[in-house]
Design a protein around this ligand. Sequence first.
Ligand code: FES
Length: 253
Amino acid sequence: MIDETTYAELREIAARYPEKRSGLLPMLHLVQSASGRVTPEGIEACAEILDITAAEVSGVATFYTMYKRKPVGDYHVGVCTNTLCAVMGGDLIFDRLKQHLDVGNDETTQRRPEDQASITLEHVECNAACDYAPVMMVNWEFMDNMTVQSATQLVDDLRAGTEVHSTRGPKLCTWREAERVLAGFPDGLADEGPSAGPASLVGREIARQRGWTAPSSDASGSAPAVAQTKVEAVQQADTSRAETETEQEKADD
Ligand code: FES
């Protein structure tokens, strides 16, 4: 429900941006945190605050898969079924979880008398964590190197209300709590757990041991000085390709 507190927070998000409509994405996350999904009421609230139409808000909310029009359970459980995870066991995990939870893709479990929480199961696209395949996500926290057994245990624990941690450390919060963080209201737990796990750092370690460095970007072979200001960074940026393309477009017109 969009109560006065949520309205005030939606306005607060819009005010963070020079162009207030830039706040739409986090505002929609806040709507999901408050209402469990993107509701017509939430769409109207965003449109009113941003001085845009409800159709424009709807267009954004239906474009990105992280915005949900159906109510989401207490935990959103994603199983990566992109190529690497799929062949490493993601397809099998997803099939087994559908059977185990008695739901299809993007469906939410029925609450049994013994359940403390419900789960929405969805197959998700590559999470750029292929070095830990097969990967699952709970409310966008990583669960690495999963198996059918560990995946089944995970959803059983979530439904039972048992405290669960991501395989990278952080304690899992509910989907609505996670949505509030995505709206830009930190829960103070961002630094829990490592930012990159060992498997992701193997290449860097090998490069260090062998003394490898990235090639210079200029023809002289010397590394450019690190820009100290945004202006210097813009001056150093290699825009030659974009400039060539612009010239070509002008010539074509
Ligand atoms: S394919 Fe699953 S994280 Fe990349």
